[in-house]
Structure formats: structure tokens, C-alpha cells
Design a binder for this molecule. Structure first.
Ligand SMILES: Nc1ncnc2c1ncn2[C@@H]1O[C@H](COP(=O)(O)OP(=O)(O)OP(=O)(O)O)[C@@H](O)[C@H]1O
Ligand SMILES: [Mg+2]
Length: 339
């Protein structure tokens, strides 16, 4: 059964996370030459005007090619970056205005692609987990803490006997389970998982994705699940946002995205789906052309330089993210023609 059909009842409520018109830019350092010639420093807009929400217990998949701004968006959500514009509301309040940063950081946890670099190589599994419990004052006393460490390990499917190991003595999958246990230690309401399975073998990927599903069902945790590959997020996500050059270009329920995607970029990502017109099939077989320079995005539609459906008007005006149907948003002026 797909995730969309097993939505927890809590998902009907108010959003846990509400991102409004979020942008994040990185400025190039002004070089001496630039200062001397009066040339303006170039600004890279890594995330452009993104609005998304996540309900309690919901999994939102975020997909797109390398460099489209997924990690930057994830870091803004987790409070690791301050947005350049727009806001991140957590339970209706701006994330930046939440007085107790420590309490706020507990509710949103982030998991990264490479658990090896996010775990301290000199700390055992037990020390890693105990440190988090101590830092947040969650469990009093060594004995209770040791019990909680065992419990956390069992929750992520690791035998407690592994707790004396250092990260290098664990497999990639085991290390990712430890970083999941560390995130769970603080009982978060939302986990931002940034390509958490990209570095793992296919069989291990499936196990870790199953674990995320189990955690969602057991604890009602919401997820923002970031991946390159649509197939990775397909079954775990209730809804999926497709990003291109810093923007959301399509947002819909997961099933609708697979059955009736409306953006040519999403179609290209799902390249296995045959295109009606043989001339366009080449474009569907893979993405043609290079990703544009993010410092110099195309005028009009960002995807116009690679789109098989492009017309002159597409290059003239930047399209909005408009509703195609209830809950299905598409940033393409030809969305109704694309079948
Ligand atoms: N700290 C930074 N300083 C300057 N530019 C950055 C910084 N972080 C990201 N960028 C740029 O912002 C854009 C978005 O990067 P980001 O890492 O968010 O993409 P991504 O979708 O996560 O890519 P990947 O799939 O490779 O992880 C890229 O052009 C990247 O080079
Ligand atoms: Mg990334």
C-alpha cells in the first residue's frame, strides 16, 4: 500500500512546518579586482522563493539534480542556515523567533548522507548517544542513560552489544542507524533526512527506508526526505516536491506525481515513462544539455534551455507555481497540454 493511503489521522491538522517564500543566497566574495573595477559581486540564489508545508506525521519527499538547492533548503528548515528572505514557521511561529534555540533544535533533527563524517570517529556508539542525552538533560543517572542507549539501539535495529564500537568498526548501514538513533534520542517531531541512503548499497538502502517508515508509523515523526532519485522517495513519501535550479517546479501527492506528472522536468526524471511523440523520446530518455549556471539562470522559465516542450513565450516570462488540480502545483505554462 502506498504511503498516501496510510496517512496518519494527525496529518489532517495544522502544519507542523510552514515554509513561506524562502530564499537563500550565497554571495561570492568581492575580490580586489571587483572592488577596483566596480563590478558587483555575483550572488548565487541556491533556493528561490520556496513555499512548502509539512503536517505532523507526514513525509515530504524533495527531489532534483545535484545543485538544485535540496541541502540548502534542508539546512534552512533545520535552522542550520538563516534564510536570506522568507520565513520558516514551526507550529505557527517563526523559527528564528523561538526563544529557546536548544528546545527548538530538539524538535527538528537532521540526518546526513555520510554518517561517517557526522559521527565523531573517537567516540563509541554509547558515548555518542549518551552525550546527546546528557546535553539535553533527558535522562538522569548513568544507569537510566545506559538503558536508554540500549533502547535506542534496539529501536533502530542494532544489537546493544555494538555500543562499545567506534564508527570505523561499523558498516555503512550500521553507522547510518547510529546517526538515526542519535536523532531519535531527543524525540524530534520532524527529521530532515538529506540523502540518507545515497551512500549505501541498494539492499541496505531498502532496509534503512523501511526503518524510516517504521519510525514514522511508531512515533508519528514527520520527515522531509531529500533524494536525487525519485524512486527512492516514491514509496515513503505522502507528497513530493520536485526542485530545479532552486525552485519547486512540481508539488503533488506521490501517486499523482508518478501517474500524471505535468512538468517536463519531472517527466524527464521519470525517463522510463514513454513519451507520445517519438521526437521527444530522446529528451525523455535522459536530461539533455547541461544544468544552467546557477549564477546566471535563464530568463523566463528556468527549465527552458533543456525542455522538449519549449516555446518562445516560455523564454519570455518566468512561470508561477500554479495549481493544476487540487493539491497539485506545477510551474509550467503548458501544463495542460503535457500528457
Ligand atoms: N555554503 C555555500 N556557499 C556557496 N554556495 C553554496 C553553498 N552551499 C551550496 N552552494 C551552492 O548552492 C547551490 C545549491 O547547493 P545544494 O548543496 O543545496 O544543492 P543540492 O541539491 O543539495 O545538491 P546535491 O544533490 O549535490 O547534494 C549549488 O549551486 C551550490 O554550489
Ligand atoms: Mg545536497
Amino acid at each position: 500500500m502506498s504511503a498516501a493511503m496510510t496517512s496518519p489521522a494527525g496529518m489532517q491538522g495544522e502544519p507542523l512546518l510552514d515554509i513561506r517564500n524562502l530564499s537563500k543566497s550565497f554571495g561570492e566574495d568581492r575580490s580586489l579586482l571587483q572592488v577596483a573595477t566596480g563590478k558587483p559581486a555575483r550572488v548565487l540564489q541556491a533556493v528561490r522563493n520556496v513555499s512548502l508545508s509539512v503536517k505532523p506525521g507526514e513525509t515530504l519527499g524533495v527531489v532534483g539534480e545535484s545543485g538544485c538547492g535540496k541541502s540548502t533548503l534542508g539546512r534552512c528548515i533545520a535552522g542550520l542556515y538563516d534564510p536570506s528572505a522568507g520565513e520558516v514557521l514551526w507550529q505557527g511561529k517563526p523559527l528564528t523567533a523561538i526563544g529557546d534555540r536548544k528546545a527548538a533544535s530538539r524538535q527538528i533533527q537532521m540526518i546526513f548522507q555520510d554518517p561517517y563524517s557526522s559521527l565523531n570517529p573517537r567516540m563509541t556508539v554509547e558515548q555518542t548517544l549518551a552525550e546527546v542525552l546528557k546535553a539535553h538533560g533527558l535522562v538522569d543517572g548513568g544507569k537510566a542513560r545506559a538503558e536508554r542507549v540500549d533502547e535506542l539501539l534496539l529501536t533502530v535495529g542494532l544489537p546493544p552489544r555494538l555500543k562499545d564500537r567506534l564508527p570505523h568498526a561499523l558498516s555503512g548501514g550500521q553507522r547510518q542507524r547510529v546517526s538515526i538513533a542519535r536523532a531519535l534520542a531527543v524525540q524530534p517531531q520532524l527529521i530532515v533526512a538529506d540523502e540518507p541512503v545515497s551512500a549505501l548499497d541498494a539492499s541496505v538502502q531498502a532496509q534503512i527506508i523501511n526503518l524510516f517508515e517504521e519510525l514514522r508509523d511508531r512515533f508519528g515523526i514527520a520527515f522531509v526526505f531529500i533524494a536525487h532519485d525519485l524512486n527512492v522517495v516514491r514509496h515513503i513519501s505522502h507528497r513530493i516536491a520536485v526542485m530545479y535550479l532552486g525552485e519547486v517546479v512540481e508539488l503533488s501527492e506521490a501517486d499523482a506525481l508518478f501517474d500524471a506528472q505535468r512538468h517536463p522536468y519531472t517527466k524527464a526524471l521519470l525517463s522510463a515513462i514513454p513519451w507520445p511523440d517519438p521526437e521527444r523520446r530522446t529528451a525523455a530518455a535522459g536530461l539533455e544539455g547541461e544544468l544552467p549556471d546557477p549564477l546566471n539562470p535563464p530568463a523566463g522559465c528556468s527549465f527552458s534551455t533543456r525542455c522538449a516542450w519549449v516555446e518562445e513565450a516560455c523564454r519570455a516570462r518566468h512561470p508561477d507555481l500554479d495549481p493544476y488540480s487540487n493539491g497539485h502545483l506545477v510551474r509550467c505554462r503548458r501544463m495542460h497540454e503535457i500528457a
